[in-house]
Design a protein around this ligand. Structure first.
Ligand code: BDR
Ligand code: CA
Length: 308
């Protein structure tokens, strides 16, 4: 199985991504690190523990950075609720946090596993701090597969930017210039994978524990887009990274150059993506534009159905 480390800020969609990874024998989840993002880091760490406990698996979960590299912390409780995981009642986790700092866990895991794949699902603070502190890991990592950014779909937190990149643009710039092979799942891709009613009902009908919990999370999560934009369902962002690792054939995209805007207030955190190849800047990312949504939800349902 492919060794991966998930860096995350759960978030209902992050939690579904964790479950999808832990239910998939193709992947060896070495550790999970929590970062400040959708809610403060003490919460994202607790939420990650809850997701791991729900999966019935044992994986170390460590708490990482409590604020972006240079910006004030920003959260998204308006989307995810005050706990970050509103929508299902889960017990307080009983498994303890790993005592190490999340950044140390990233560095140690990258040094221990040759070709580790990092899967960042929140602001890139932990990952960029690890790359800064231990530059040798850039050459050891196999790939970074992250959810963040937008091109045609543009922003969900400002008109120009997606939340994960906007929250810590300096960290994102470090990651996009790291030289590590990158796969990027932007809003352009996630907005093709909407949580339509019949898709959510599949999870609710499952006889296991995890299925109805996922349905509860998605009910809560989709109400933001439904209320605000009137769409049928909301985009299920983060699990698409794990789905790409499992079934890259479900996606299309382009190898392009992507730079991060860090100077301007107006366009802070914009992913300036050279989709049409109008510069001679070399490609640094596989930027995904589309996904076979029905096949993705089939895969997700089949995997969530394997859990307790
Ligand atoms: C991203 O921001 C968070 O709200 C989600 O968990 C996802 O990672 C989407 O912009
Ligand atoms: Ca997230």
């Amino acid at each position: 199985p492919r060794p991966i480390l998930i860096d995350t800020d759960p978030g209902q969609d992050d939690a579904v991504a964790i479950l999808l990874a832990l239910a998939s024998p193709e992947l060896d989840v070495r550790a999970i690190t929590a970062v400040s993002g959708n809610v403060p880091v003490a919460r994202t760490a607790r939420n990650a523990l809850q997701a791991v406990e729900l999966s019935g698996r044992a994986v170390p979960v460590a708490m990482g950075c409590d604020r972006p590299m240079r910006r004030a912390p920003a959260h998204a409780a308006h989307v995810h609720g005050d706990t970050g995981l509103d929508g299902a009642d889960l017990p307080e986790p009983t498994i303890p946090l790993d005592p190490r700092h999340g950044v140390d866990v990233i560095v140690e895991t990258a040094r221990a596993a040759d070709g580790l794949t990092l899967v960042p699902l929140g602001p890139l603070t932990n990952v960029a701090t690890a790359l800064r502190r231990a530059p040798d890991i850039a050459g050891r990592l196999g790939r970074i597969v992250l959810m963040g950014g937008a091109y045609f779909e543009v922003g969900n937190i400002t008109p120009a930017a997606e939340f994960n990149i906007w929250a810590d643009p300096e960290a994102a710039a470090i990651v996009f210039r790291s030289g590590v092979p990158l796969t990027v799942v932007p809003l352009d891709c996630t907005h093709k994978a909407l949580t339509l009613r019949h898709r959510i009902e599949r999870f609710r009908a499952m006889p296991n524990r995890a299925g109805p919990v996922v349905a509860g999370w998605l009910d809560f999560f989709e109400r933001f887009d439904r209320d605000k934009y009137g769409t049928d369902g909301g985009p299920l962002h983060d699990p698409l990274t794990i789905a790409w690792l499992l079934r890259p054939d479900l996606f299309t995209g382009r190898e392009i150059n992507v730079e991060i805007e860090t100077e301007s207030d107006l366009t802070r955190g914009m992913t300036v993506a050279d989709w049409w190849g109008v510069t001679d800047r070399p490609p640094n990312a596989l930027f995904l534009g589309d996904v076979d949504a029905d096949a993705f939800y089939d895969l997700l349902a089949e995997r969530i159905g394997r859990l307790p």
